[in-house]
Design a protein around this ligand. Structure first.
Ligand SMILES: [Zn+2]
Length: 446
């Protein structure tokens, strides 16, 4: 891991704040949902987009470095609004995994796969605020970090992840929850995370009085709240109490007209994380996924070899919840389509990094594919993963390719509107005006 990280640092081009770069000739999808521009001209000045237009209508600045990108497609950098960092090391969840080295390596991995911003939605040590503030003070390698800090879970229940005690709060009462939110607020988190789920009936759920108190206190501190959720009834209660984002699909049943209306009225964001359920069985169902060269850049050969073993497959198939997980995925796919068509705000996330089979970098491209399989158009999936996530974060400097926005974009060797898997054909990643080489060169498309 250390060796790969050093290589990654060496590959980052030296930023030149004064340089003006013009990329011309590509198809450009700007993340707003408007039709792609053909023969586009993108002018980058330092870390910002100076102009976007089409050839013949944009003045090319003198002394600009002009790069011909004819035949390529440019899309905004992906924004993962539900990720995690520092939870997995050497293919295992470990309570001692949350180190500076691991978190930074994972941010580099995200960036090398075109995820230019990530919201680490809970289970962070307070070190995360230091890392975020260092990034904000001066550019450094890796995806731009937004974070929810530790998050509010339940004693001896959700989230059932082996982390150190200083990675999640588990208040017993509403009063304790308020104190925990206040302690979090002192660090100025980008979101608050809460967990409302019984994990397939295994644990008691968070008391509604606790989540209401946490949401109210977060809002008093002007912090938005995202909740882990599974059941339709819990989602309705959370939205009624003002939660700003559902950080997973509703998966126990189809959504109904009442929640559609509730979400539209409240402006609640919805992050489907279809990969959460799919990753539970995908490699066991279809081991040929492990041959994907695009995956090889994101996992060590040892971990890939482990996922190929009969023991791994047998363990997956022996999970008594497997039929329910498959049903949950089917419900999640149906619901994201219903909500997107109804005009609910769709953002994008994967829960990558939460466990060994949710693979940062790879998971985001797989999620786009799953969203399209669920019935979203490739354009709708891309808009969710760019503008949708930026809107959920409440940031206006990224998510679309427009004048004045950050120069965060991906250059692809294929058109994702024809086949969403073409997002994997990464030629280059630009992040804050720096060019970053992809983790995997010209990956093949499955
Ligand atoms: Zn998560």
């Amino acid at each position: 891991m250390r060796c790969m990280l050093l290589v990654a640092f060496a590959l980052i081009a030296t930023p030149s704040s004064a340089e003006v770069v013009v990329l011309r000739g590509a198809r450009l999808i700007d993340g707003t949902g408007k039709a792609a521009r053909q023969n586009a001209v993108l002018v980058i000045d330092g870390d910002r987009i100076a102009t976007v237009g089409v050839a013949g209508k944009v003045t090319i600045p003198r002394d600009a470095r002009v790069v011909d990108v004819k035949g390529r497609t440019i899309i905004p950098g992906l924004i993962n609004a539900h990720g995690h960092a520092g939870l997995v090391v050497d293919g295992q969840n470990r309570a001692d995994a949350y180190t500076r080295e691991n978190v930074e390596a994972q941010l580099v991995r995200y960036e090398q796969y075109g995820v230019t911003s990530v919201l680490t939605l809970g289970l962070n040590r307070d070190l995360v605020f230091e890392l975020r503030d260092e990034q904000r003070a001066s550019p450094r390698p890796g995806a731009t970090l937004f974070t929810a800090g530790r998050g509010i879970g339940v004693p001896d229940a959700a989230p059932p992840v082996p982390v150190a005690p200083d990675q999640v709060y588990r208040p017993k009462t509403a009063e304790e929850a308020v104190a925990d939110v206040r302690e979090t607020a002192a660090h100025h988190p980008d979101y608050l995370k809460i967990w409302v789920d019984d994990i397939y009936g295994k644990f008691p759920k968070m008391d509604p009085g606790v989540f209401k108190a946490a949401i109210d206190e977060a809002h008093r501190n002007k912090i938005r709240v995202a909740s882990h959720v599974f059941y339709l009834a819990d989602a309705k209660a959370l939205i009624a109490d003002g939660v700003d984002a559902l950080a997973h699909s509703i998966r126990d049943r189809p959504v109904d007209a009442a929640i559609v209306q509730q979400m539209k009225q409240r402006g609640t964001f919805y992050v489907a994380t279809l990969g959460v359920d799919e990753s539970s069985f995908a490699f066991a169902d279809d081991p040929s996924l492990l041959d994907d060269p695009f995956l090889a850049g994101a996992l060590s050969p040892e971990v890939i070899a482990k996922f190929r073993t009969p023991e791994f497959r047998e363990k997956v198939k022996a999970d008594k919840n497997l039929p329910r997980i498959r049903e949950a995925l089917a419900n999640g796919m149906k619901n994201v389509k219903t909500l997107q068509e109804a005009g609910v705000h769709i953002a994008f996330g994967t829960d990558s990094g939460a466990n060994p089979v949710r693979i940062p970098g790879w998971a985001e491209h797989r999620e786009l594919e799953l969203l399209v399989r669920a019935g979203l158009s490739p354009m709708a999936a891309l808009v969710a993963a760019t503008r949708g996530s930026a809107n959920m974060l409440g940031v206006t400097d990224r998510g679309t390719l427009e004048k004045g926005k950050r120069a965060d974009f991906l250059i692809l060797a294929g058109n994702p509107l024809e086949d969403i898997r073409n997002t994997r054909k990464l030629v280059a990643i630009w992040h804050d005006g720096r060019e970053v080489k992809p983790g995997v060169e010209m990956a093949s498309v499955r």
